[in-house]
Design a protein around this ligand. Structure first.
Ligand SMILES: C[S@@+](CC[C@H](N)C(=O)[O-])C[C@H]1O[C@@H](n2cnc3c(N)ncnc32)[C@H](O)[C@@H]1O
Length: 226
């Protein structure tokens, strides 16, 4: 299946939460990075059954790493994670993720089957051009993931946080806007997800979706509808 077919239809054959609007934005960021020769690794924290990770698999180039971090059905780190697991996830097994991923790509990504806090102690450097954070939605964990992304994201890279705007994830909203206020995170645009950077990514050719501009605390940012 081509990348475009995955964005339009293939995506919906994998359980999860990855809207077409965001798939189109991931695609646009990747194309814009490649147009100006930006290379680098890709990281996802929180894959569930793989719908967004498979899209990242289409973005990965042969000389780049794709790292997927998820504890799958292992131990959770907070009561909030336990509640979320019971309410929203039907099958958190690594096997289901791998089977889904193999339907679209010949080779699996590098898998860290642990909570993202384990990434702090791995020998990773500032080599990432794209980081998608969609793991624990508990405030402390998202804050930790944000600081991890700040360390690992290249100056021209983009970080994406899922569930900025979901009623059941106030910890994400708080941690992300704290990052903007105190840690130099620069907002670019938002859907239900937040797209930002710590540096100067290339101009992104946005897909044909309605967007509106906002001034937020000295930053110009867009909200994108779809
Ligand atoms: C909302 S789902 C991810 C959805 C997926 N990105 C998609 O597009 O469908 C959240 C995932 O985060 C994982 N998770 C929970 N706590 C985590 C942690 N501390 N570190 C990494 N992943 C975590 C869960 O196991 C679950 O698979």
């Amino acid at each position: 299946m081509t990348r475009q077919e995955y964005i339009e239809t293939g995506r919906t054959t994998v359980a999860g939460w990855f809207a077409q609007r965001d798939a189109m934005l991931f695609d646009a960021i990747d194309v814009s990075q490649r147009r100006v020769g930006i290379t680098g690794d890709i990281l996802e924290i929180g894959c569930y059954q793989g719908t967004s990770a498979i899209m990242l698999g289409y973005m990965k180039q042969p000389d780049e790493r794709l790292i997927i971090c998820d504890p799958f059905d292992g131990e959770t780190l907070s009561a909030e994670d336990d509640t979320e697991r019971a309410r929203y996830y039907t099958d958190l097994s690594r096997g289901t993720f791998e089977n889904n991923y193999r339907r679209f790509h010949a080779e699996l990504p590098e898998i860290v089957a642990q909570p993202s806090s384990a990434l702090h102690t791995q020998s990773l450097g500032q080599t990432f051009r794209f980081i998608h954070i969609d793991g624990s939605h508990a405030y402390d964990q998202v804050r930790s993931d944000l600081l991890l992304a700040k360390r690992f994201l290249k100056p021209n890279g983009v970080v994406v946080f899922d569930d900025l705007l979901s009623a059941h994830t106030p910890g994400v909203t708080a941690a992300v806007w704290e990052g903007v206020a105190n840690d130099g995170l620069v907002p670019l645009f938002q859907t239900i997800k937040f797209y930002g950077t710590w540096g100067a990514p290339p101009e992104i050719d946005l897909p044909e979706l309605p967007w509106y501009e906002h001034d937020v605390s000295g930053h110009k940012m867009l909200h994108i509808e779809g």
